[in-house]
Design a protein around this ligand. Structure first.
Ligand SMILES: *[C@@H]1O[C@H](CO)[C@@H](O)[C@H](O)[C@H]1NC(C)=O
Ligand SMILES: *[C@@H]1O[C@H](CO)[C@@H](O)[C@H](O)[C@H]1NC(C)=O
Ligand SMILES: *[C@@H]1O[C@H](CO)[C@@H](O)[C@H](O)[C@H]1NC(C)=O
Length: 623
């Protein structure tokens, strides 16, 4: 407030009672009453703000200041002004003028009929004292009461709760009770405007109601906040509600008229709901909640998605993975299977698949969750042209600086890189089920990797695009020393900075850590079970073959064994062992199996054909 009450043309000294901002920093740590009086006497305007968050101590101080100044009035060098900023909570219990018409707003002139909320009796007493002392004949201390609506704007206190919940939990905004109650409000700028005008114009009326024109219900407000910040979901809040929200239960429809003459330059005349977009913007700037926009780029299988997921948890961002975006769009299209959409598809039939894709991604980046909280863009776009189509804006006049959409262009770019050998090895080591899900067959993977390397070697690469915008990518090498990405994440977080959003609380962090550990444990356990299962299956199969072999060929085998026994060892090897073994070893060196011994295991006769030497090959093909 002290900043907003701008004193022109004639300079005045204004005292504002905000202890945090003013007294403690500019006067003294905690001034004695005498010291304080000395300062008050040097001021032309004394402003005490006792709206909702003030303590009893502040009310006491305001009462003391008013009565003491009143007693000292005769010694003033010039007239002073006393302004009390109080709260509409002192009207909370006011009955409608006509009980048959409860919906008719209560007008400002009826201020003598006001009845306070039980917690605001002291405020009300002080309001009365201000009015009473201000009525003194030939007073040198004219006094005003400004009964302020619940304040919002510039990150202000009351609605901060809702924003916080919305940011923090990324969930439904809570709603208390049915939400049909009317809440009188005012933007903090407009309150400042009223006070400035009182100081300059000294209006005749001494009780001024500072509320805007909106007659918004709690439900409307909560919906507006929720919609502006995201998907518009609201949840009824049944737990113990925070004390600060008691004020939001007020049900009061007020008509203010003096404020129209006093405040001529409204910031938010029609209220919060109508101006919600500006207010959200203001809130983000004031509370330094600008969205983080991160882009992870790199070859397939380097770990972009794993890192992206962790960054999203850490910074509470939205994960933009192209496959998911497409899937979501498809679901959306299916669910709103309307003529319009079909028509729109027909109409832009001229768009190529790539253009359509870019359009969908652009829409996603412009969505409320992304533009409020930010995002991690996982691996897409791939090329200079795609980035240009996504982020560049058409230039109206020729300018040297490239023009791009700052709202959706990532400002933190990390290039994850690793050697081909490392990546190939990693993909080979993936459990079959995972590799399948990611379409990482050996061939598909190699071709994707090659595609990536080729794009990076093009004349104009994706990274060139960002460098032209003076957004410099940071390279992060991934290798086998950092399989859990701890070092990579640490570097990224070190560069991006601490979370600007309401990051997770220590408890949430601990819960996350436990969850991740549990997931890791589960993953390892699954892998072990999977390996066991596979081994067992192989063993069972082999056992079955053996059995068959055992029974049907028992005789022949016995014969063989007997004749073999009668031959010299060398001859035996030449006749019975070497032919199969050498073919098997040749085969083995072609295929290079993981486990050569396993590969060379004897073959059940079911798989033998007439030529004994192809046994090994056959077994491998069949199992
Ligand atoms: C608030 O008051 C209006 C009448 O002005 C009434 O219709 C509404 O039900 C009240 N809401 C609550 C929650 O008391
Ligand atoms: C990534 O690593 C490969 C192999 O180590 C190298 O050839 C390539 O230049 C690197 N790419 C970037 C963009 O640094
Ligand atoms: C042959 O079968 C018997 C019983 O049917 C079994 O005990 C033996 O282990 C089998 N031999 C081989 C080589 O599997």
């Amino acid at each position: 407030l002290s900043k907003m009450v701008d004193m022109k043309p004639k300079t005045k000294r204004v005292f504002v009672n905000d202890v945090d901002v003013f007294s403690s920093k500019n006067i003294a740590k905690s001034p004695t009453r005498e010291e304080l009086l000395g300062h008050l006497l040097k001021c032309d305007v004394i402003l005490y703000n006792i709206s909702e968050n003030s303590t009893q101590q502040m009310i006491n101080e305001a009462t003391w200041a008013l009565t003491t100044l009143h007693e000292e009035m005769e010694n003033f060098k010039s007239r002073k002004l006393f302004i009390l900023i109080s709260s509409v909570m002192t009207w909370a219990m006011t009955k409608p003028q006509n009980p048959d018409e409860p919906d008719v707003p209560i007008s400002e002139e009826q201020f003598r009929r006001r009845r306070p909320h039980p917690a605001f009796r002291a405020h009300n007493e002080l309001e009365k004292l201000v009015l009473k002392l201000g009525r003194t004949k030939k007073t040198r201390l004219p006094a005003y009461v400004v009964s302020s609506g619940l304040q919002y704007g510039k990150g202000e206190n009351l609605f901060h709760f809702f924003f916080k919940v919305r940011y923090k939990c990324n969930l439904e905004v809570p709603m208390f009770g049915p939400g049909t109650n009317y809440i009188p409000m005012i933007h903090i700028h407009d309150l400042g405007g009223v006070i400035q005008s009182i100081i300059q114009n000294k209006p005749k009326a001494k009780y001024i109601l500072a509320v805007d024109d909106s007659k918004n219900t709690l439900e409307e407000i909560v919906h507006a906040i929720s919609t502006a910040l995201g998907h518009g979901k609201v949840k009824e809040f049944t737990e113990q509600e925070p004390k600060e929200l008691d004020y939001l239960k007020i049900n009061l429809s007020l008509d203010a008229s003096l404020i129209k003459e006093l405040n001529t330059q409204w910031t938010s005349e029609n209220g919060m709901v109508e101006n919600i977009d500006n207010i959200v913007e203001e809130y983000k700037v004031t509370r330094n909640l600008l969205p983080l926009k991160i882009f992870l780029f790199g070859p397939p299988a380097v770990g972009k998605t794993t890192i992206a997921k962790q960054l999203c948890v850490y910074y509470q961002l939205n994960h933009i993975k192209i496959e998911d975006v497409i899937e979501e769009k498809l679901r959306e299209l299916v669910s709103c299977y309307t003529m319009e959409i079909l028509r729109s598809f027909e109409e832009d039939g001229g768009l190529s698949a790539d253009e359509k894709l870019l359009e969908i991604v652009k829409e996603k980046l412009n969505s409320k969750p992304c533009s409020n909280q930010g995002f991690v863009l996982d691996g897409f776009p791939h090329t200079y042209e795609q980035a240009q189509a996504l982020f560049s804006e058409t230039q109206e006049s020729i300018s040297i600086e490239p023009v791009y959409n700052k709202k959706i262009t990532p400002d933190n770019i990390f290039v994850l890189n690793a050697s081909d050998e490392f990546l190939i090895e990693r993909v080979q080591a993936l459990p079959e089920s995972v590799a399948e899900k990611m379409h990482y067959t050996q061939e598909a993977f190699l071709s994707r990797l090659k595609g990536h390397r080729n794009r990076c070697a093009a004349d104009e690469t994706l990274l060139d695009y960002f460098e032209e915008l003076e957004i410099y990518p940071e390279e992060i090498g991934i290798n086998s020393d950092d399989l859990e990405y701890t070092a990579a994440l640490k570097r990224i977080i070190g560069m991006v900075g601490e979370p600007k959003n309401y990051g997770p609380s220590p408890e949430e962090l601990e819960a996350q850590r436990l969850k991740m550990e549990e997931e890791k444990r589960q993953r390892l356990a699954n892998e072990v079970t999977e390996r066991k299962r596979r081994n067992q299956a192989t063993l069972a199969e082999m056992a079955a073959h053996y059995q068959e072999w055992n029974l049907s060929e028992l005789e022949r085998q016995e014969q063989e064994r007997q004749s073999a026994q009668s031959l010299p060892l060398r001859l035996y090897l030449m006749m019975y062992v070497m032919p199969s073994l050498s073919e098997a070893m040749l085969e083995c060196s072609k295929v290079r199996p993981e486990d050569p011994v396993d590969f060379l295991l004897p073959v059940p006769p079911r798989h033998r054909d007439n030529t004994q030497t192809s046994d090994v090959k056959k077994l491998k093909l069949n199992t």
